[in-house]
Every structure is written in C-alpha cells, then in structure tokens.
Design a binder for this molecule. Structure first.
Ligand code: SF4
Length: 347
C-alpha cells in the first residue's frame, strides 16, 4: 500500500476530488481523524451536492459529530466486558476479538470511534495477547464462536491473519469463526488472492461484509467477495441504517438485490448505536420498521435482513419486526432500553 492510496485529511481528500477544501471541518478532524482510501473516494458521484452523497456522508467529517457531547463513547459497555486482552465476552457462546485498530477507511458512523478518536489507534494484537485470549477460550469451552473484528482484520498482514486464525481454530471448543470486514467495501483490492486462500483454509469460517449503499457494490467489490465465495466461504452482510445515507426503502431494496445477486446474504440491518459523534445518523426505530413494512410485498425473504438494535449497557441485540408492534410499543424492549434510540436531534 502506498501513501497515495489514502487521503489522511480533508484537504488531501479535496485535492483527490478536485474541489476546494471545505473550510469548516478542521475542528472535526482534530477529534475524529480522516483516513479514506482513494478507491472509496472515487465512489463519490453526486458532484452537484457532495455533502448529500452517501459515500461522502460515510467518510467525510461533519460538524454534527462535535455537537453531541452527551452520548457515551461506549454505550454498549464493550470495555467493561473485556474478559481477556482485546476480547469482549457478552454472550455465553461467542466472543468478539479486536484483532487490530487499522481500517482501510475511517467511517464517520463507526460505533468503535472511541478506539481511533483524537489520534489514538488500537495496536495489532500481539503474540502474548493472542496466547492470553487462547488461554481464556480454553478455560471457557462454552464459547463456540469467535467474531474477529477490529478495526478491520483484513488489514492485518497475511502472516498475522493466518497465525491468528490458526491459533483460534486450534481451540477444540471453537466451532465457528466469523471475520468482520469493511475492506471489500472501502478497498476491495486488499482482499487479495493470498488472503482469500487463507480465509478459505478454515472450513468453519464466515465472512461478514458491511455494505451500506448500492453505490458501494461495484464490480471491484463483487470481484473481491467472489474470491472467497468461489472457494466456499459463505458471505453475509450487515448494514447500518443511516439518515441521509440509506434511510429509504428504494435505496435499501437496490442494495439488497445487488447483494443477493452476488451470493451475499443481507443478514442484519442495524439501527445506529447511540455513540458519541455518530448520533446525527440516527433515524429512529420507526423508520426501520416502516422500511421493513414496505419490503414485505415486494422483496424476497432471501433479500430481507433482520432489523435489530444493540441494547445499551451491553444488553445485546434485539430483533425488531413490524408485526411485533402493539399500540405503538415494542413489547420485547422496555423504555429504558430505548434511551438513545429516539429520533436524531434537529440540526
Ligand atoms: S472499518 Fe469498521 S472499525 Fe473501521 S472505522 Fe469503519 S466501521 Fe469502524
């Protein structure tokens, strides 16, 4: 990877796009740095109104990121649930491993913004940390599934990725490994044939991609996913519902249709988490339910993901369906759980 493949500031991104640098974003990038692959920048299409472009909104700073000073940086209590270095243990049968802090592009909606705000970055997991993780997993055989996350695990070198997967899959109680990555979306060329080979060597491995808009499903992105699909790796996708990006049934329908045509199953549609610096993307839960309702008569179940929210304080995921709505309430979720999921503040 050469330096020219990334824009590390608003002015570098503006130079790439051939526009004058926006003058009101310096303060935002001091808090939440900019890093965007030139590939992802090339997907910005709305030259008439750049700030309304769905790719721009996902990767370029917005002043609204600084306006929210009340939300928590870690409302899902991931830090509290660290059971071993970089290992989050929330559910009985599965854990999340933060393998690296590197990403191919810093997403403005990232719910782990705390790990890269103000110039910080989680380091790649060390050998000692990995040994401690494996020791924990050996002591806790109820854990059967490891979600390798970050940052973006496909930003690890091929050697580190292989070593990590070998160590984890060597634990007798681990039945499934999920690798969560936005590389196929933001820099698909980094899902190389070598890395595809490594992923495919683990028969119980699933790849979880993170496409949010149909403009991201490019021939390059599909080609990258096909490198693993052709080797037998199942690929699921999770999408975050975001105001001004994809909070529209027609946009999401196009996205999900493109994904299933490429053998990528839309798995989850998440409501945005109430994390500091991302609240301006919030749509409110009703918007997601309304979109699901629109899908019912016209979209195959293969294309419809589960709509879910992550409960604050580490309470875990809850799936929501329009049918479950009774008298305007969501029976499986209490009012306490809904704090932070209200409509986004007026800007
Ligand atoms: S790639 Fe993932 S971890 Fe990295 S900034 Fe985007 S959402 Fe956050």
């Amino acid at each position: 990877m050469s330096k020219s493949e990334f824009a590390n500031s608003v002015s570098e991104a503006a130079r790439f796009l051939g526009i004058a640098p926006p003058s009101d974003l310096e303060e935002v990038e001091k808090h939440y740095p900019v890093m965007i692959s030139s590939y992802y920048l090339s997907l910005i299409r709305n030259q008439e109104n750049l700030r309304q472009d769905p790719v721009w909104r996902q990767c370029m700073p917005d002043r609204q990121e600084l306006e929210d000073q009340v939300s928590d940086f870690d409302p899902l209590a991931e830090e509290e649930q660290m059971a071993a270095p970089k290992l989050i243990h929330r559910y009985v049968d599965r854990v999340v491993l933060l393998a690296t802090g590197k990403c191919a592009t810093r997403c403005r909606f990232c719910f782990r913004k705390r790990t890269w705000a103000n110039g910080t970055e989680l380091k790649d997991i060390t050998q000692d940390e990995l040994e401690a993780v494996c020791a924990y997993l050996r002591k806790n055989p109820a854990v059967r599934e490891v979600l390798v996350s970050g940052g973006d695990p496909l930003m690890l070198s091929a050697r580190k990725l292989k070593n990590l997967l070998e160590k984890i899959s060597g634990i007798p109680s681990i039945e499934v490994i999920r690798v969560g990555s936005r590389v196929p979306v933001t820099f698909p060329q980094l899902l190389t044939a070598e890395k595809a080979e490594i992923l495919a060597a683990f028969p119980s491995l699933w790849l979880m991609t993170h496409f949010n808009h149909p403009n991201e499903v490019t021939p390059e992105a599909v080609k990258a996913c096909m490198r693993v699909i052709h080797k037998g790796v199942p690929v699921l996708n999770q999408t975050v519902l975001m105001a001004g990006v994809n909070d529209n049934a027609a946009v999401l329908e196009k996205l999900f249709r493109k994904l299933i045509a490429s053998r990528i199953k839309p798995h989850y549609l998440f409501h945005i988490d109430p994390v500091r610096g991302v609240r301006h993307f919030s749509t409110g839960i009703d918007k997601g339910l309304e979109i699901l309702r629109e899908f019912r008569p016209r979209l195959s179940s293969l294309a419809v993901p589960t709509f879910a929210i992550d409960l604050p304080e580490g309470g875990g995921k809850v799936a929501l369906q329009p049918d479950y709505e009774v008298n305007g309430k969501y029976p499986s979720v209490t009012d306490k759980h809904l704090i932070g999921y209200e409509e986004r503040p007026e800007s």
